[in-house]
Ligand binder design. Structure first.
Ligand code: ZN
Ligand code: ZN
Length: 336
């Protein structure tokens, strides 16, 4: 889940003492709606609106970076490649740093205020001595963005050199274009569950990380790096081993299978780059509110997916979030 204007305004409202800090900005009566009306809204509208930031970054890339790079992309050249990489790295540091500042920044007023009470684990993982969580997370997150920028360059080169077909007029196929665009959110959740589940032990962990279990092998050698962020923060989401980055970013490789507009690829790519921020920030609403994935980091063998497509309930790995009143930080830390 990406953060958005709703989260920024919500944190500020909470900080300034407003009781109704969670009231939606547009659909203000949402919490009074019936269960099914809420579900219909969540699956038809909100799941897309919640990724407005990812889409905005993709759209800006298409409208600004493509016109100044794509005409040269039929051949590899440092000039257009460096522009693509610069755009990606600039987006990383603007978007990630902003949310880190909002939720953990030493100069930010918010983490010291009422927002602190919303933290799932009240210990600030970035102030623990000799842990260097932030350095590790920023380093591996940056490696992820570098890899996804390289993937973007490869697709631009394939398209511009005529090696891979594409279409450039989005509205020349309005229904198909919109269908693929709106499918990106659901595809990402579907893909994430399966590649993530793939990297945890396939059989019972009671067997240990045994030989012959591919999931156990992948967990031990690659995915365990992501789980070093047991008390996650905004930079934890993309803090992965480069092999895991490779598996994770295959969600954006679908233009290899069928004819697409570059915006479809860019939305999937930037969705994968940015969406993990809110899902890992470690705070309840009005921040990311991702208790579901927080529990995955805290307890490992549960909540592999994202609630939008609930494979965890289907396969019996769903874990309900227990409020702090019954699971205090000391108990949680003992389990970590
Ligand atoms: Zn995991
Ligand atoms: Zn995670």
């Amino acid at each position: 889940m990406t953060f958005g204007i709703r989260n920024i305004v919500g944190i500020h409202r909470l900080h300034t003492g407003e009781i109704d800090y969670s009231t939606p900005l547009i659909f203000k009566t949402y919490f009074q709606w019936s269960y099914w009306k809420q579900k219909a809204f969540d699956y038809l509208i909100w799941c897309h609106l919640a990724h407005a930031l990812d889409f905005s970054v993709a759209l800006l890339c298409w409208l600004w970076i493509f016109p100044i790079t794509f005409t040269e992309a039929n051949e590899w050249h440092i000039k257009w490649v460096s522009r693509v990489f610069l755009y990606n790295i600039a987006c990383e540091f603007i978007v990630y740093s902003f949310w880190h500042w909002m939720t953990y920044g030493r100069t930010s007023p918010y983490p010291k205020g009422p927002l602190h009470g919303k933290k799932y684990n009240s210990i600030n993982q970035y102030e623990e001595e000799n842990q260097h969580h932030l350095l590790r997370e920023v380093t591996f997150t940056t490696l992820g963005w570098l890899q996804s920028a390289f993937v973007q360059c490869i697709f631009m080169w394939l398209w511009a050199s005529g090696r891979l077909p594409y279409y450039s007029d989005f509205w020349s196929r309005p229904y198909f274009s919109m269908f693929i665009l709106l499918s990106v959110t659901f595809w990402r959740e579907f893909h994430f569950y399966w590649v993530h589940r793939f990297m945890h032990p396939w059989w019972s962990v009671q067997n240990g990380l045994c030989q012959g279990d591919i999931g156990a092998f992948l967990y031990r050698h690659f995915h365990s790096l992501h789980h070093q962020s047991r008390n996650p923060g905004p930079w934890s989401g993309l803090s992965m081993h480069p092999i895991e980055h490779f598996i994770y970013y295959t969600c954006a490789y679908f233009p290899l299978l069928f004819l697409c507009h570059p915006l479809h690829f860019l939305y999937a790519k930037f969705h994968a780059d940015i969406a993990p921020i809110g899902g890992h920030d470690g705070y309840a609403d009005p921040a990311g509110g991702a208790d579901f994935h927080y529990l995955h980091h805290a307890f490992f063998e549960c909540n592999y997916g994202v609630p939008l497509i609930d494979f965890d309930r289907l396969f019996g790995t769903y874990k309900e979030f227990v409020k702090k009143s019954s699971l205090n930080d000391q108990q949680t830390n003992k389990l970590l």
